[in-house]
Unconditional design. Structure first.
Lengths: 226, 442
């Protein structure tokens, strides 16, 4: 079918749910695979005798790096726990909000129990608030100011937008727009996030695993728990 | 307990730097050379690390220089910024975008990073242990050093020592002849030192940094080796464990220097090579030398602490109680032997066998706080102030243990602790493990 003619009779919501989402997912998948190409760069052969098992050390670090050593944790409590709070809240909202579950059910063919609206609303507000605090910290903290790039702010915005539009749709705060329009904006914000994902630091959700594995293996080779 | 007098590295470094000629490279040549070295040092592992950074800044809280000063420029990942920039523009999958939106590195950038890659990084690796993304930051800062060195921008102290050691196999004029003098003086004390044996099971390394002012460590090591009945030698053609190629960031010099030891060990038929109490030498030899040599080695490198631990376990090293009024000690893990080397328990087993009461510092073992002098920083005059600030963190941790003595197993750590003691009129004893053992042989 001619895509132009197809689009003419389409509402914004149809567009968001249809071609926008399909293209966004395609860009997301191709982009992630392409960016993983960095991992294929030259690897040096290490001829020293290992002291410990690199595979086991790398695999262990995938999890253990989630909890830093006690002596080091005391000074990073805020970053550490705010990071956890934001990621956990985000996944709960994403997976256990009823509209989200129904969306996934439409794709996967099966559903799962969800949380009552009030919990999802509270968590969404909480997550949005954490994001705002983290942004303020990035702007105000001297260390973060020193190492931040435009990517950090774009990626923050890409993560923030779905929560903002999601809350608007969920709480029917539409600023005079039709509900369907707000819902379409919410889906489009997800599309935007998916398109940006491979090109910015959101990609850390993928890169964290090879990176943790490699540092774990490097330390394990020397007999050190990482 | 007796402490070892060791030379002031800062003075030695300044002496070495006096003869360095300024680089004749143009700005463009300097940038080109630095970039080539960055790209040459880039591996898939490093690319993964660079792709992973989320700019969370947590690594700052692991760095003794940041903790001591609160200055954001000492954030570890920031010290690797030139490498990041070159990776993004030259190698990253997104390089087309970065070439449009970022500028290339300049010679001014490189000059600014000299302080960050050398003066304020002891390559202790603590940041690599904290990063939630699992980024091996320390290895990236070493590549920054490689780039700066290639551009002729390594600190004069390290550059001079690197060139001398690479070309003449000596440090501050102390080469094989100086070793022979030291050996003769130790022999005059009635201690047998088998110099330049053709064949031996164990080859022991030393360092001019140890014996330039004092023969004590060579004498103590010889006493121990003789007591455990080792078939050992020290070779004048491969005795120097320090590697100023690695510290300056010159990979070719590093290879040349470590190859001398490997060639001497192979010629001797050694099964074990004991690395002197020289912090950086251990990981350089234990973890990097074989790869630079191009083949697996027919012997193993052991730190002195590791060797002592092995001999203790085998029952060949017998010790009497060392407690003579200062029996309460704390152990300072040298970063290069512990976190970057993998040896933690050996020294503690020795302390236990000496009947010493050990109280650990809050940061010990793999999370140990650096003394502030590693990675060549102890040699740099420009780093003196920041080094002293970082030392304060170590001093406070030692104080909190209530121990009377600090034991360590690295001559640079000894230097930092001794200098801190002298400067602050600190009432702690500072003791190295080899001397402690040598004084307590049963």
């Amino acid at each position: 079918m001619n895509e132009g003619l197809y689009l003419q009779g389409m509402s914004l919501l149809d567009f968001a749910r249809g071609p926008a989402l399909r293209w966004a997912v395609a860009i997301f998948v191709i982009g992630v695979v392409w960016r993983l190409g960095a991992l294929l760069l030259y690897k040096r052969q290490d001829l020293s005798r290992p002291r410990g098992a690199t595979f086991a050390g790398g695999a262990k670090t995938l999890l253990t790096r989630s909890a830093p050593p006690h002596e080091l944790e005391k000074d990073i409590k805020f970053q550490h726990y705010s990071g956890y709070a934001w990621h956990i809240s985000m996944f709960i909202v994403l997976l256990f909000g009823t509209p989200h579950m129904l969306f996934f059910k439409g794709i996967l063919g099966f559903g799962w129990p969800t949380l009552p609206t009030v919990y999802i609303t509270v968590l969404s507000v909480l997550t949005t608030a954490i994001l705002l605090v983290l942004l303020a910290r990035r702007v105000m903290n001297p260390v973060l100011r020193k190492i931040s790039t435009t990517d950090d702010y774009i990626s923050w915005f890409m993560a923030f937008l779905p929560f903002l539009t999601g809350l608007m749709a969920y709480m029917h705060v539409t600023f005079g727009m039709r509900y369907e329009t707000v819902l379409a904006l919410h889906i489009l914000s997800i599309c935007l996030l998916l398109v940006w994902f491979p090109f910015g630091k959101l990609m850390h959700a993928v890169m964290i695993w090879p990176s943790r594995y490699k540092v774990g293996a490097a330390f394990a080779r020397r007999g050190v728990r990482a | 307990m007796s402490a070892t007098m060791i030379p002031d590295y800062g003075v030695l470094g300044a002496r070495a730097a006096a003869g360095v000629k300024p680089t004749t490279l143009s700005d463009d040549q300097q940038v080109a050379r630095a970039k080539a070295a960055f790209i040459a040092g880039m591996t898939g592992d490093m690319a993964t690390y660079l792709e992973s950074c989320i700019h969370c800044g947590m690594c700052a809280e692991a760095c003794h220089f940041y903790i001591a000063t609160g200055d954001a420029k000492y954030t570890p990942i920031y010290k690797a910024e030139p490498l990041k920039k070159v990776y993004r523009r030259e190698l990253a999958p997104m390089r087309w975008l970065y070439r449009l939106t970022t500028r290339d590195i300049t010679v001014e950038d490189l000059a600014d990073w000299q302080e960050l890659a050398y003066d304020s990084c002891t390559q202790c690796g603590r940041c690599s242990l904290l990063c939630p993304m699992g980024i091996h930051i320390q290895s990236m800062i070493q590549v920054v050093r490689n780039g700066l060195e290639a551009a002729g921008m390594a600190p004069a102290e390290l550059q001079a020592l690197c060139e001398e050691q690479s070309d003449k196999a000596s440090i501050l004029g102390a080469g094989p002849d100086k070793l022979r003098e030291v050996v003769e003086r130790v022999r005059a004390q009635g201690i047998e030192v088998p110099l330049d044996k053709d064949q031996a099971e164990v080859m022991v390394l030393s360092s001019a940094l140890d014996f330039l002012k004092d023969d004590g460590v060579v004498a103590a090591t010889a006493r121990i080796m003789n007591k455990v009945g080792a078939d050992w030698t020290i070779r004048s053609d491969g005795f120097e464990s320090a590697n100023f190629g690695a510290l300056a960031g010159d990979v070719r010099a590093q290879r040349r220097i470590s190859n001398r030891i490997i060639d001497a060990a192979i010629a001797t038929g050694a099964k074990k090579v004991i690395v002197a109490e020289c912090g950086h030498a251990y990981p350089v030899l234990r973890w990097e030398a074989a790869t630079l040599y191009g083949q697996e080695l027919p012997f193993e490198f052991l730190s002195v602490a590791e060797f002592l631990g092995q001999e203790l376990q085998a029952g060949r090293l017998k010790l009497k109680n060392a407690g003579n009024g200062a029996s309460h000690v704390t152990f300072h893990d040298p970063c290069k032997i512990g976190r970057m080397g993998g040896s933690f328990d050996d020294a503690r087993q020795v302390l236990d066998a000496l009947g010493l009461k050990l109280t650990e510092m809050e940061s010990h073992g793999r999370t140990n706080l650096c003394c502030g002098g590693g990675g060549g920083v102890a040699m740099l005059k420009s780093a003196q102030h920041i080094r002293e600030q970082a030392f304060e963190l170590k001093r406070e941790e030692v104080e909190r243990t209530g121990a009377q003595s600090v034991v360590t197993a690295c001559n640079t750590c000894m230097q930092s602790l001794e200098m801190g003691k002298a400067r602050l009129n600190w009432d702690k004893d500072v003791v190295n493990l080899v001397n402690l053992v040598s004084d307590s042989l049963a």
